[in-house]
Design a protein around this ligand. Sequence first.
Ligand SMILES: [Zn+2]
Length: 318
Amino acid sequence: MVKSSQRRIRDTRYAIGVDVGATKIASALVTQDGRILATRQTETRVNQGAESVIQRIADEINALAAQTNETLSGVGIGVPGLVNPNDGVVINAVNMNWKHIALREKILPRLKRNVPVRVENDLRGAARGEHLFGAARGVNDFVLLSIGSGLGSAAMVNGSVIHGANYFASELGHFVIDPKGRVCTCGLHGCAETVLSGRGLVETTREFLEFRSASSLNANDLTPSGILDAAHANDSAAIAAFEKMGEWMGIVMATASAWLNPARIIIGGGLGLAAFDLLYAPACESYARRVIKGNQEGVELVRSQVDSSAVGAAALVL
Ligand SMILES: [Zn+2]
């Protein structure tokens, strides 16, 4: 018997993923195949200032790291905003009121274990998670659209998540889809996010209600989940709003297709997943009308399969 074979060879690597949101910090200890071993969650408390939030992130990492003696391949931190992954600086995170925060540099000395830390835009982490253990396994060209309160997106081309010159590549949420459209939170008019988001759905439904009196919905008290329930109960205004949203989604998909020729478009986000069945047919129909037959046909529209944003962040270091 060869001596070295008597040693049990470990091929398991663990990683810690941290998803930093404006309201909560979700973290997880994850195996290399995406299995969650432990999770934690705490409030972000953005109003207490960046230093306090950074300490809270470090505390969460230390608490998870203390739960294992295994080698950690690293810590991935996903942040909702513009991030330079090379130096770990958060250039701009509007929802957190962060500008030029050297997150990686500030986190490293606070960690009790000596592990590499990678900071990245949260959606790019999610895209990597889908590629490693989600809806994009074996697919090197895909676009991820996350439909929630806003519209987030990321894209992988030839197996690499794209960043662009200023780390703003694949921000389809702020692609102007309707020059005469609604004012966006970014200050532009008619961004895709103004129609393809929870806020957009509420606005579109309100517009439909002006023409349809036979709806169970109250124009002054609209929420995305209320509209979703109404659509499932066959409310015609709610269904029309989702059909319109699906039409916009098809335009965003066709735009992504013209630029990047993805094999798959993955839909994530709370609203995107909850409304997937309502959006699917109108989005596919709208897409088919806007792409060149033979060239861009065959794109698959699928649901996201990584339900934890912390797992996506962990994928950054796996
Ligand atoms: Zn915008």
